[in-house]
Design a protein around this ligand. Structure first.
Ligand code: FES
Length: 176
């Protein structure tokens, strides 16, 4: 057998190398498999961190208090600054409206004396149901999905529908 002039281990004979190849391949695939698993486990967390996953799977859910907190014929303003939404209780239904004006995105204000939402930027007005009453906005305020989890009212800020769709879709109102 030939000796390494630098004193290292002698080279393996060709038969031994062939014998080691499947083992090496196995260890390599084990390593890649581990990396793939690690990647799969961290991607959802990363996407959630970036705010992408939340949009896709509707995890924009926020708790907005108990059903009993909402009196009939009221518009609740307490979630506007934190979550950008109105909770409206009208004619036996509780529903959520996105507070964002459909013209250029300013946050609307509730004017109880006039029973309308008004946009401070260019004056658009919306009914308590979200319908556009005066321009320049022509589209209604978006409805947001709403549900009960035990007694807790939960709004999904990433699941939206137009006013017409939401009127027919029970995911967008709670009978109350
Ligand atoms: S942004 Fe609301 S009317 Fe223009």
């Amino acid at each position: 057998m030939e000796r390494d002039p630098l004193g290292g281990a002698p080279p393996l004979p060709a038969a031994a190398e062939d014998h080691d190849r499947p083992r090496r391949r196995f260890l390599l695939s084990l390593g890649w498999g581990g990396l793939a698993l690690l990647f799969a486990a961290t991607v959802p967390g990363l996407l959630r961190f970036l705010g992408l996953y939340a949009r896709r799977d509707g995890r924009g859910a926020v708790g907005v208090g108990l059903l009993n907190d909402y009196r009939a014929s009221t518009v609740t303003t307490r979630w506007v600054s934190r979550h950008g939404l109105w909770i409206v209780h009208r004619e036996g239904r509780l529903f959520a409206l996105e507070a964002r004006c459909t013209h250029l995105g300013c946050t609307t204000r509730w004017i109880p004396e006039s029973d309308v939402f008004q946009c401070p930027c260019h004056g658009s007005r919306f009914s308590p149901e979200g319908a556009a009453l005066n321009g320049p906005a022509t589209q209604p305020l978006s409805r947001l999905a709403i549900r009960l989890e035990r007694d807790q009212v939960v709004v999904d800020r990433y699941m939206k529908a137009s006013m017409e769709e939401a009127e027919r879709d029970p995911r967008f109102f709670i009978r109350a």
